[in-house]
Write a protein that binds this ligand. Structure first.
Ligand code: URA
Length: 434
């Protein structure tokens, strides 16, 4: 295979054969494709797309680039969820302990921050010692003993996606339906869960900005799941404003901890419980969503979900005193609350601007290998539809230095749009694709 020929073929909108896709993934996984060619290839796919057949081929080749786990030696049935990426999306940190606390094993392979969206692994690494590089044996053992695993791509599991994901993050090649679908589904297939709930985001803070694009992405991932013998359901959810209030790694871990203690923002709690309910039904722990919802609420209310989160942190080497005392988590030196410049109903809290600002402050990567600043980020204080008085706290910035704080202040102020007329709150969900 000559890599340049594949790039040219995609550039010229031709369809790649199954063999070509398989060979690209095999050679790329072995480290034999330079980053500049892989980036050009990813850009050609982003611009010209892929057919459903090519997308499925890419997914299966990436899933098979490492081990494909058979979880049946550890548990009889395991579930998993995955989000297509959003701002303030810390759902996994609450949903998965809730589901595992209900007795349904959860084995998850997560991702890092991607473009303006945050990543579960980066968030969890705010906790000193927390390991995200479990081996296959460790994954299986923890699934059996704790019933909850949250790891990243290692050399063993979907390594091709791990490499491509890091490259896409910094080359403008994230918002591509075939690349997102294959990235997510290759991780899900290789991590072995038999039942999968996908949280497909739509809106300005999502990679799929329109509901039509999000539905198309959901449909292709559900179809790939079916083809791979995994029962898959996709929820279509809103990402026009940040989910919850906190955006930034340690800040989001703190908000997830509050939610696991029964507090936390209403929208985030509701979102996490809804995703958990779908997992419980798909995993046959509940007969219907109503029953599942009751189970999930009970696991949150009686502290079982919190205890499961602590077990997860401990099992993966994290220092549990940091989650027991979240004030020990990384703290930014510059913290400032910015007040509303005027009164009005909030028409927009632009998730894209908030996400991009958080990355610029250091919470995400601008180039491959950038070190994440776990302490920095933004806490908004209001949701779309809220009435805000002039002079009321609008958002709080947690910055590394005064320059970063001043820049962020302008941008996050611009992310808040006021209206004199009453504004309806945004919905959390737009539908389900089965
Ligand atoms: N999440 C992933 O794992 N991959 C993507 O491409 C987007 C979101």
């Amino acid at each position: 295979m000559k890599m340049v020929d594949l790039i040219i073929k995609k550039r010229d909108r031709q369809e790649l054969t199954t063999e070509e896709i398989r060979e690209f993934v095999a050679v790329y996984t072995r480290g034999k494709v330079p980053d500049y060619q892989a980036a050009a290839f990813a850009m050609a796919i982003t611009l010209n797309g892929m057919s459903a057949r090519e997308t499925t081929d890419l997914t299966l080749a990436m899933a098979e680039s490492g081990d494909v786990l058979d979880l049946s030696s550890a548990v009889s049935l395991a579930v998993d969820k995955h989000s297509t990426g959003g701002v303030g999306d810390k759902t996994t940190l609450v949903t998965e302990p809730v589901v595992a606390a209900c007795g349904l094993p959860v084995g998850k392979m997560s991702g890092r921050g991607l473009g303006f969206s945050g990543g579960t692994l980066d968030k969890m690494e705010s906790i000193p010692g927390f390991r995200t590089d479990l081996t296959t044996q460790e994954f299986l053992k923890q699934l059996r003993t704790v019933g909850l695993v949250l790891t990243g791509q290692t050399g063993d599991l979907a390594p091709a996606d791990g490499k491509l994901y890091a490259l896409r993050d910094v080359t403008g090649t994230v918002p591509s339906l075939p690349l997102i679908a294959s990235s997510i589904m290759s991780k899900k297939i290789s991590a072995g869960a038999q039942r999968i709930v996908l949280d497909v985001k739509t809106g300005v803070g999502a990679f799929m900005q329109t509901l039509e694009e999000a539905r198309e992405l959901a449909e292709i991932m559900v179809a790939i799941g079916r083809l791979a013998g995994r029962k898959t359901v996709a929820l279509l959810s809103d990402m026009n404003q940040p989910l919850g209030y906190a955006v930034g790694n340690a800040l989001e871990v703190k908000e997830a901890i509050e939610t696991l203690h029964g507090d936390g923002p209403r929208d985030f709690r509701e979102h996490a419980l809804e995703v958990a309910s779908h997992l419980l039904v798909l995993g046959e722990s509940a007969h219907n969503l109503k029953e599942a919802r009751k189970m999930a609420e009970a696991a949150l209310a009686d502290g079982r979900a919190w205890e499961k989160f602590r077990q997860l942190v401990t099992a993966q080497g994290g220092d549990v005193t940091y989650v027991d005392n979240p004030q020990k988590l990384p703290q930014a030196p510059e913290v400032e609350t910015v007040d509303a410049p005027k009164a009005g109903y909030l028409k927009e809290v632009n998730a894209r601007i908030v996400g991009e600002t958080s990355v610029a402050m250091g919470a995400g990567r601008q180039v491959k290998g950038d070190v994440i600043d776990h302490a920095v980020g933004i806490v908004v204080h209001h949701k779309v539809g809220d009435w805000v008085e002039a002079g009321e706290p609008l958002f709080t910035l947690h910055a590394r230095n005064a320059k970063s704080l001043a820049e962020a202040k302008e941008r996050v102020l611009a992310a808040h749009v006021f209206s004199k007329k009453k504004v309806a709150p945004l919905p959390l969900f737009y539908g389900v694709v089965r």
